[in-house]
Design a binder for this molecule. Sequence first.
Ligand SMILES: [Zn+2]
Ligand SMILES: [Zn+2]
Length: 362
Amino acid sequence: MVQLLGTIRPSPSLSYFATYKRQLSLYSPPTKAPANGFSPFRRVFNSYLQSNSETTAAGSPCEHSEIIFIGTGTSEGIPRVSCLTNPLKTCAVCLKAVEPGNKNKRLNTSILVRYPRPSGNYNILIDAGKFFYHSALQWFTAYGIRTIDAVIITHSHADAIGGLDDLRDWTNNVQPSIPIYVAQRDFEVMKKTHYYLVDTSAVLAGAAVSELQFNIIREDPFVVQDLKFTPLPVWHGRGYRSLGFRFGNVCYISDVSDIPEETYPLLKDCELLILDALRPDRSSSTHFGLPRALEEVRKIQPRKTLFTGMCSPHFAEDQVLGMMHLMDHEKVNDYLLKLKETEGLDVQLSYDGLRVPAAFHG
Ligand SMILES: [Zn+2]
Ligand SMILES: [Zn+2]
């Protein structure tokens, strides 16, 4: 039995992970927004101490593998500033998103893959986008995450790599360097966007920038800190490649508009699928919308799916029509819950700060 952190939201539908002799539950993040980023950590930390006789702290061993959703929103984030400053319209979702602890608040998509080792935990981050600092300030402090053992990059858009500069805080103050795993095409982009991180000879003497070690990955499996990652090549707009990753029986695809036929075999027997679903009504040229994402779930047949990468419809409550209305976190999840009864589909939206124990390692 896995020790559980924080508030538990039991879900009978998640029993499939029993095959791993581990329990999968969805955790709620701290319900109050951190004033300074530290109080939720203290609360979760205390509840963990109460539920676990073992002493734990940032960097000490954890008992189970887990995924922490560092961000689950589209590039511009939710709430949109423009929605909150619009004198002519009120955006219901963005208004909710500013409330402390509201699950409609979503920053750039990213997950932390966390698993135990004798001397502490491995913390592997997938993507560090434009809002990485803000996400880390909230969730690293809330959940006692200190080191970053590697960053794996899905693609080179700003919402996936815009936070590389912020890693300087870690390499200046926590650890000497951070390995980055990136495809050659995205590394070529970084040579332009983050030239001073790739070629540190461009840095003035005495200036401290992120110390990154770049490792080029192909579309073949690679191992990071004892964990095997299999790239899941997908299209993210016409002619533009992005990578999802499979580790154990977890598949993560955050930015996708089409899945090539040759990628489907890599998704076989997936226990937990984390999949892009930008908006509730239709796909865009670069992202799945909810209807297409659900089509893919029916085809891939994972045991459970959590959607990520959501935007807000940015419509006033009285202007909302049909499916658009559903993009509110709770309303979409109510709608998705019905698919469990009608089709047996176990699908839900993820949210920033969600923790999911998952037995992908050990
Ligand atoms: Zn992108
Ligand atoms: Zn809005």
